[in-house]
Design a protein around this ligand. Sequence first.
Ligand code: SPV
Ligand code: MG
Length: 553
Amino acid sequence: MRSKPLEFSDASEWRPSRAALLRAMLMSAELEFLMEAHDGISAKIVEEAGFKGIWASGLSISAALGVRDSNEASWTQVLEVLEFMSDVTSIPILVDGDTGYGNFNNLRRLVRKLCQRDIAGICIEDKLFPKTNSFVGEGQPLADIDEFCGKIKAGKDSQTDADFVLVARIEALISGWGLDEALRRAEAYDEAGADALLIHSKQETADEVLAFKAEWGGRAPMIIVPTKYYTTPVEVFRQAGISMVIWANHNLRAAITAMQEVCRQIQRDESLAGIEDNIVSLKDLFELTGNEELAEAERRYLPARRREIGAVLIAASRGKALGALTEDRPKCMINVRGQPLLRRLVAAFKEGGVSNVTIVRGYKKEMINLPSIHTVDNDLYAKTGEAASLACAIDHVRGECIVAYGDILFRHHILDRLLATKGDIVVAVDALWRQRTSDAKGWVRDLAICTRPFSASYLDDEPAFLKHMSNDLPEQDVNGEWIGLAKLSAEGSDAVRTVLETMRGDGSLQKASLLDLFTRLAEEGREIRVVYVTGHWLDVDDAADIAKARQFL
Ligand code: SPV
Ligand code: MG
């Protein structure tokens, strides 16, 4: 059972229905305009262009479906198009309902369905079903006046939105019956309850519609469709007191012209080069169809995507202590149990969810040619340090990013912990560093002084931060050894890029190590979070390390 109480939306969010908006346009003293649309995208374009309302043209919808304006598309097929148009717009839509797709009963059902789809109004014409477009042929038969009046009443009685608009379209002029017949019908339709009259004409001047208007006066709002008398300035209609002008089919005709032209050109040129700049960009198309809203909704409703984490591995040096083993290859490419060390390292990163691995190469760079990695080169590797190598990959230090030596191996839980630890810069520090010193190696480097030592207590979750890193520190101050693995957040990456640029500027970059880099960041006041580990990793500096690496695997 839901326990949340019902909430009512804020009254300030109230806005009039689209039907009310269309009604207000018809009642206003201004001359108003509707622009034709025939599908979702054209309806959106009409709204975007600033029109206050849409004419859902029967001719255009039929033509866009590739059929004639003769009720060849069924009313439910038209309804489906209207639903798309209504869903993607917020301005009123006046539907060209032809003759209502049958008698009064068919119209009743149509009107109810239109109201359900938030269509603001319907225009029905006093012809016979199936209709023919008014510009086709001469002397089309008209509906019986009484029958049409019954249809008007039935339509009005069926609307479920009080403001839904029913326009009665008079075809007497266009069918050659003359002004008197048009006026007779206008009076009857007005009496039957039509909210407005549409007076159609196919003359090339506005004379007959203006003559009608002069006789009709202001008894009900009057709508015109100046497709044929388009040379008449709208100011004439405004002065005459016409309520609304419908630009009836111009989006569809413009689209046909554009499509014919582009087809001709592509067919002729067998190339897209000549048209790309003359058509809407894909970016604008995605914007028009609202891709941004979907992306936002995905962020809200889909489970969080797997983080995209990159890595930059420093592998530019030779590794001299390995002697002949690094004569023909850098140490990261030494085979350990049949696979180069670097391949194992990259695999460990990928398994841990770190893709997009970039290797900074230097010594014998051509030997580093693993699949599915990026490489950048530090050709001055012999004279420069690790910070300079990292700077070569500065464009890859972005977003969430691992920075690591290219000659280490670690158990996967170390990477998991590093990735799970919050902080803009996080470094893994081995608290058991003394054990490594007492090993055959006899010395360690990458020593770290932190804000507190490792406590070995699982209950102790007070964070530790890095204060200083160096190869040479008083033993009593040392808290551990950096294992050559660091994680940066997007902000951490920004900070590292900034400090690399600063070091480049002040001349300290060339010789600096990664220890210098992290120490500098710490001294600048950046929090560098320490994750203490206890062994379970190794680096490869000499032949003894290779033997250990074999055992490690
Ligand atoms: C339409 O746009 O479908 C119309 C207007 O009915 S006209 O084509 O001019 O008849
Ligand atoms: Mg029509």
